[in-house]
Ligand binder design. Structure first.
Ligand SMILES: Cc1cc2nc3c(=O)[nH]c(=O)nc-3n(C[C@H](O)[C@H](O)[C@H](O)COP(=O)(O)O)c2cc1C
Length: 233
């Protein structure tokens, strides 16, 4: 299985998002997958201007001469994993800019697929051949912080005519390094992330119990609030 993980955290390899991604990669590689990681911070990605030149004047080609077009071949994978922290209840601007810039990969034509209007793919994987997953972390401890993002990524998968295979969600992720420093018990979470990487390669799906361990409470919300607020006194 070929996997591409797109890391949309502005903190790149230093971020909590990549902290989770690294363990997922470990599991996926151990299960035999080839895994590529794209840190969006390392590339020049202008935002889409909405000119539609990529559908009209220069089909398949964007007006921007930046790094995006060179990244297209890397998207030709079996599983695309969007990895982003929750920013203002959604994905980061970096990730959204990147997704907007994938428009040249579709044609401007419209076809009806499963009762919904869609733009057919121009290159690469045929629709339905590529699966899509989400890895996300949040600052707040409540799991419902991910609800709008998960809904959005499910819709993105439908838009790309890919099967959404699920989400690895780690609320309150910044606390994990602190817990590890203090030898507090969070190894089960780390092992579950590694296991989720293995599961998706070996079984094509995530295990619900494993995902629940990844998302489990580490500290009651009141305690987290106290801890954060202390730091700002
Ligand atoms: C601009 C901004 C907006 C954020 N919005 C939210 C939010 O809506 N909900 C939340 O739980 N955390 C929010 N966070 C916290 C991040 O999700 C959290 O710090 C995360 O661990 C960052 O991951 P990273 O280290 O990979 O960048 C926000 C952080 C920033 C910088």
């Amino acid at each position: 299985m070929k996997i591409l993980i797109v890391n949309g955290s502005p903190r790149g390899t230093r971020g909590a998002t990549f902290g989770v991604v690294e363990y997922f990669m470990k599991g996926a590689k151990e299960a035999g997958a080839s895994v590529d990681v794209l840190h969006l911070t390392q590339y020049k990605i202008n935002h889409c201007t909405g000119c539609f030149s990529c559908w009209t004047n220069t089909p398949g080609k964007c007006i921007h001469k930046d790094d995006v077009e060179n990244l297209f071949p890397r998207l030709d994978v079996d599983l695309l994993v969007l990895a982003t922290p929750v920013y203002v209840d959604g994905m980061t601007g970096l990730m959204k800019n990147f997704l907007d810039r994938l428009i040249p990969l579709s044609s401007g034509k419209v076809e009806i697929v499963n009762g919904h209007s869609r733009h057919p793919s121009r290159y690469g994987k045929k629709h339905g051949e590529r699966k899509l997953a989400l890895i996300s972390v949040s600052g707040f401890p409540e799991l419902d912080n991910f609800d709008p993002l998960v809904k959005h990524v499910e819709a993105v998968a439908k838009n790309m005519q890919s099967e959404f295979v699920g989400a690895i969600l780690r609320p309150n992720a910044w606390i994990i390094p602190h817990m590890l420093e203090r030898n507090a018990p969070v190894e089960d979470i780390i092992e579950a992330v590694v296991q989720s990487g293995k599961d998706i390669v070996q079984h094509g799906e995530f295990d619900r119990n494993t995902l629940n361990i990844i998302s489990r409470e580490i500290m009651p919300a009141e305690k987290v609030a106290e801890l954060i607020s202390q730091g700002f006194q």
